[in-house]
Design a protein around this ligand. Structure first.
Ligand code: ADP
Ligand code: MG
Length: 633
């Protein structure tokens, strides 16, 4: 095949433009990204070589070589990894934009200048960082095979790239950066050494460079290559832990919590796990997050081992190393192996108990974590049946007993529960303010029973699926039938009014008496087994084009309220009293507003309200005539 010029994918063009024009103040990250790619490529050929030794072509002295060339003004990063074919180079370096590229562009626009360079590595677009320092990039590469199967890729980053056949004697990839005039500092061996120490010291393969030593050129290894997770806890400093975390995660900030332990017994392994302080960028939008890094006796196997933790814990970063896993199998078989399953159980328990410990020992810090990553725990509580008790213990809620913005837990709720109370109550809605004013809480306020106030729709889903906590049923207070004891006596007297209301308000499924109200005359509740009002609003928002049919609610009525009694007597005296319908409709609309939903016919509502106000004005007018202070004169 001959030379060919191809355009970059549109999103990549935009990306390159941004990288070149807005990120150059942190241009030194380019080296870390290219070294990381070289290291990945070596891991890949080493792993495949385990089952197909021919791929190695007799060369398994893994190394990444930095070659600054003063005369040519180029810096070359060379590896003996898996290499690329013409097809894969076109695919990986130019045409296929990752699904996350769009998100990356958005994140880039929204991020602080300080955070931007970190985004590059986190989103898997690291190669393009080359153009921060180079006005032309040449890549020559070859997969295991014949020298003439090599390929040469070249671009100035402007919008297109060229590919052509290339004869490359050795397997692997050379990335040749034609450094820009203002980037010649990257030809300086000392500068390169410092950068490797800073960003790539934990890279497992030797990063080498030719240096002068007593008049001789020798190859020097620049990185320390320490497998920190294998060392004894007591020998590792906090700085080392943090540096390794940053190396793994591309996070600028240190981790929130470090979990380092050794498991012995049925299966042996070492794990070094980190809880990030902030939600990783790659988890902000899509789902591009990778799993843990898996090693088998120091040999890197996978950097995205999803089989080591349940999906909802995918924000955890870290390394697992076990001698008890099969080395010579494909990644699919490995991911399904029984020992891996055991490790997963252990890691999950460890992470969940570390979070619980954090919650107990440093609640403020835990709350900070929960704001960033609590959504994943909710996901877990919803899905992970085996661990639901532990996950339920990690959930936080506002309640009628917490200040706004402060949290409580199920366990604390139980501690406060009076002896007579058997259930855990909750109410879901859009905001705390709306919830606090809900008539549904009146009785709870009077009895000082606590109600959890849920403003995240996910909470409602989670509580519905949990159903109980330590044997105590979780009860939404907006479901019908919560409080209908001792109503039989009143029912008879008010039955005609209930029938009238049901006939007048076609929106409701039923009208019935309740004990739950103190000050209010009526409230709306959901029939058992149907969606709550807040869930319904959420569904309507999510499916604009396919409207969720509003389910019919039940209007519950306070038999002791003066208005209710007045209506009953109006009805008794004259079925067609005009005040009756007006009052019933107004009460219903009021209940709709109080549950946080919208009134269907606001104009009719306003007209009825005006009619009432007029009536009141007349009554007041008469009264003031009678009792006017001037009449004494
Ligand atoms: P990421 O490393 O996150 O995949 P990059 O933009 O850094 O994203 O690299 C894109 C892809 O190009 C890599 O996934 C890999 O397939 C390929 N690639 C880059 N550098 C090399 C290399 N030195 N050897 C082999 N393949 C490489
Ligand atoms: Mg990369």
């Amino acid at each position: 095949m001959s030379a060919e010029t191809l355009p970059f994918k549109a999103e990549l063009k935009q990306l390159l433009h941004l990288i070149i024009h807005s990120l150059y103040s942190h241009k030194d990250v380019f080296l870390r990204e290219l070294i990381s790619n070289a290291s990945d490529a070596i891991d890949r050929v080493r792993f495949q070589g385990l089952t197909n030794v021919e791929l190695l072509e007799g060369d398994s002295a893994w190394k990444i070589k930095l070659i600054p060339n003063e005369k040519a003004g180029t810096l070359t990063i060379s590896d003996n990894g898996i290499g690329m074919s013409r097809e894969t180079i076109v695919e990986h370096l130019g045409t296929i934009a990752r699904s996350g590229t769009r998100e990356f562009l958005d994140a880039l626009k929204n991020a602080d200048a300080k955070e931007r360079p970190e985004l590059i590595g986190q989103f898997g677009v690291g190669f393009y960082a080359s153009f921060m320092v180079a006005d032309k990039v040449t890549v020559v590469s070859r997969m295991p095979g014949k020298p003439e199967d090599g390929v040469k890729w070249e671009s100035t980053g402007a919008g297109e790239f060229s590919v052509e056949p290339f004869v490359k004697p050795t397997r692997g990839t050379d990335v040749i950066l034609h450094l820009r005039g203002d980037c010649k500092e990257f030809l300086d061996p000392n500068r390169l050494l410092r950068l490797v120490k800073k960003y790539s010291d934990f890279v497992e393969h030797p990063i080498v460079m030719d240096v002068d030593n007593a008049g001789q050129r020798i190859e020097d290894t620049l990185n320390a290559r320490k497998a920190i997770w294998l060392r004894d806890k007591n020998e590792i400093t906090a700085d080392e832990y943090e540096a390794f975390y940053k190396h793994l995660s591309h996070d600028m900030q240190g981790p929130l919590k470090t979990i380092h332990y050794k498991a012995e017994g049925q299966i042996e392994f070492k794990a070094l796990l980190y809880v990030p302080a902030k939600r990783p960028f790659d988890l902000m939008w899509g789902d591009s997050a990778k799993g843990l890094h898996l090693y088998i006796q120091r040999v890197f196997i996978l950097d995205d081992c999803e089989a080591l933790l349940p999906r909802y814990l995918r924000f955890i970063r870290g390394v697992v190393d076990s001698p008890d896993l099969p080395l010579n199998v494909s990644r699919e078989i490995l991911q399904q192996s029984a020992p891996l399953e055991k490790i997963k159980t252990s890691l999950t328990n460890k992470v969940l108990s570390a979070l619980d410990e954090l919650k107990r020992n440093d609640f403020e810090k835990y709350v900070g974590f929960y704001h960033e990553l609590g959504v994943f725990l909710k996901d877990g509580a919803y899905q992970d049946y085996a661990n639901r008790e532990k996950l339920a213990d990690l959930l936080l809620f506002e309640s009628t007993r917490t200040d706004a913005g402060k949290f409580t837990t199920f366990a604390d709720y139980l501690d406060r529960m009076p002896g007579a109370q058997t259930d855990i109550y909750y109410l879901a809605g859009d905001t705390r303010e709306v919830l606090e004013q809900s008539p549904l809480l009146e009785r709870f306020k009077a009895s000082a029973w606590e109600v959890l106030l849920l403003t995240d729709p996910a909470d409602e889903l989670v509580l519905e699926s949990l159903r109980q906590y330590r044997g105590k049923p979780l009860r939404p207070v907006d479901k019908a039938g919560l409080d209908d004891a001792d109503l039989e006596g009143k029912k008879k007297a008010l039955q005609p009014l209930l029938d009238y209301i049901k006939a007048t308000v076609s929106e409701i499924a039923d009208a019935r008496l309740t004990n739950r109200l103190k000050e209010s005359a009526v409230c709306l509740v959901t029939p058992q087994e149907t969606m709550s009002a807040s869930m319904e609003r959420l569904m309507q928002r999510l499916q604009r084009d396919r409207p969720t049919p509003a389910s019919k609610r039940i209007l519950e009525i306070n038999p002791d309220h003066p208005l209710v009694q007045a209506m009953a007597s109006w009805l008794d005296a004259n079925k067609s009293d005009p005040r009756l319908e007006r009052c019933v409709r107004l009460l219903y609309d009021q209940a709709v507003v109080l549950e946080g939903s919208k009134i269907k016919d606001p104009l009719a509502f306003a007209q009825r309200l005006n009619a009432m106000m007029l009536l009141e004005a007349e009554v007041r007018g008469q009264k003031s005539e009678v009792s006017s202070p001037t009449s004494d004169l």
